[in-house]
Design a protein around this ligand. Structure first.
Ligand code: FCB
Length: 468
């Protein structure tokens, strides 16, 4: 490996998790129900009816897990705060027991020399707020500001970086536009409202954080390159729509203070839709950030839904097209390059997509520092007879993406850090426990943790500040 695999001095190395995916203890410590409790307990919503009631039992294994984080060396740890632990009904006075748990978490990290990176919202909206409209209601953004106040009041002196929301596109469009995630609506108008209100919530939280702390404030987006399946004009246009939908719909308001014109036109017939955007909103949404977090797993190959036969003939794998909800409305379909490398969960591996993405964001949107706030892969990991978990494919995946990240730095992207998703195997949303993303293997029935080979490999990466 050449010296180009070393990273700039001070580069932040980390791992990430999210509250609902790891904590368990769903009704302990005064926690209220979230939309993910409701959704996962609704038959047919998650694979095998899996849910986060117990998952990794991180809530009860906190010290052990913090030791695992610290065992990686000088690093950062990105965790999320569960809103329903802090405000069981989504409003009103904070639940002290909930705040105490996160206080123990951040103190435990600091004592171990680990930088705490807090995400305020990783998808677990208090059910009480969903009952009055959830992210389709403007008021939820105001509630989010109050919740942020409670969290920063309790943890502000210890948290090193703040991420307001994780992947608002997933919140809005998987949650309200396609129904794959909680709360499970397949309604374009709701998706649009949720888009604007999550961005507004980000603005409110950023404002509150700015007044309370000097720590850097950012947001984590799942921006993905959209590659046309062919150079046919319909596929090229479909890829552009996909880019507008998943990428520019969020990058535009955050960094240019406006929604992209093609998407404004596309969604014009949905009401109340854009009427929800009030004067002054976008000025707030586009206030300068200290950093931008990017979660990257794969690029997307996109075909126009009228051209799926052509895509098949060209050798693509074509899943049945989604004809309802957000994707149906856009006339876009994701197709797979059969011969491209894939992860164990059949996600296409495209490290160069990460380089292109980082450079594009720098060129077209912002010069703020960038962080890869998530990157990783699900593999079919298992503990062998000796108890060890060998995961060479994960090491290969991560290594390729680090090389790609390093290439982006060489091309001028101001990349300051990288977080592996995930510290440990956990509840993968609608896929339940079928996908293992961890550097640490979790045996769910016993909660036993076993660091995989990739855990030791990543420890060496951190020690060497790059590929060893
Ligand atoms: C991201 C989510 C994270 C995890 C990974 C695999 O979209 O932010 O919680 O599910 O995907």
């Amino acid at each position: 490996m050449t010296s180009s695999a070393r990273f700039p001095e001070g580069f932040v190395w980390g791992t990430a998790t999210a509250a609902y995916q790891v904590e368990g203890a769903a009704s302990a410590g005064g926690r209220g129900p979230s939309i993910w409790d409701t959704f996962s307990h609704t038959p047919g919503r998650t694979l095998n009816g899996d849910n986060g009631d117990i998952t990794c039992a991180h809530y009860d294994h906190l010290e052990e897990d913090l030791d695992l984080v610290a065992g990686l060396g000088r690093c950062a740890y990105r965790f999320s705060v569960a809103w329903p632990r802090v405000q069981p009904d989504g409003k009103g006075p904070a639940n002290q027991e909930g705040l105490d748990f996160y206080r123990r978490l951040v103190d435990g990290l600091r004592q171990r020399g680990v930088l705490p990176v807090a995400t305020l919202y990783h998808w677990d909206l208090p059910q009480a707020l969903e009952d009055v409209g959830g992210w389709t209601a403007r008021d939820t953004a105001e509630r989010f500001g109050e919740y942020t106040q409670a969290v920063v009041g309790a943890l502000g002196d210890a948290v090193a970086m703040w991420v307001t929301l994780n992947e608002p596109w997933c919140v809005a469009w998987l949650g309200y536009g396609t129904g794959e995630h909680a709360p499970g609506y397949a309604d374009v108008s709701k998706g649009l409202l949720a888009t604007h209100h999550t961005l507004l919530a980000h603005a409110r939280a950023a404002e509150v954080l700015r007044q309370a702390t000097e720590a850097p404030v950012g947001i984590a987006l799942n921006i993905a390159p959209m590659v046309p399946a062919s150079d046919h004009e319909l596929d090229v246009a479909a890829a552009k729509r996909a880019d507008g939908f998943q990428n520019r719909l969020f990058l535009g308001p955050l960094f240019k203070g406006s929604y992209p014109q093609d998407m404004v036109e596309h969604y014009a017939r949905y009401k109340p839709g854009w009427d929800a955007v009030l004067p002054g909103d976008l000025d707030q949404v586009s206030r300068p950030l200290d950093f931008l977090g990017l979660n990257y797993y794969s690029s997307n190959v996109i075909a126009d839904t009228s051209r799926l036969d052509a895509a098949r003939k060209a050798g693509y794998e074509v899943a049945p097209p989604v004809t309802t909800g957000a994707n149906g409305d856009l006339g876009i379909a994701r197709v797979g390059r059969v011969y491209a490398p894939h992860t164990g969960a059949r996600w296409e591996v495209d490290p160069e997509g990460l380089t292109r993405l980082l450079v594009r964001v720098r060129d077209e949107y912002t010069s703020v520092p960038l962080y890869i706030t998530e990157n990783g892969c699900a593999e079919n990991d298992y503990a062998g007879p000796d108890g060890a978990v060998h995961d060479p494919r994960r090491i290969w995946y991560l290594e390729r993406h680090l090389v790609a990240a390093r290439a982006a730095i060489e091309q001028g992207a101001d990349l300051r850090g990288y977080f592996v998703w995930s510290l440990m195997d956990n509840f993968e949303w609608a896929h339940g426990f079928s996908m293992r993303f961890g550097l640490v293997y979790v045996d769910y029935p016993t909660a036993k943790r076993t660091p995989k080979d990739s855990y030791r490999w990543y420890r060496d990466v951190i020690a060497a500040n790059g590929l060893p």
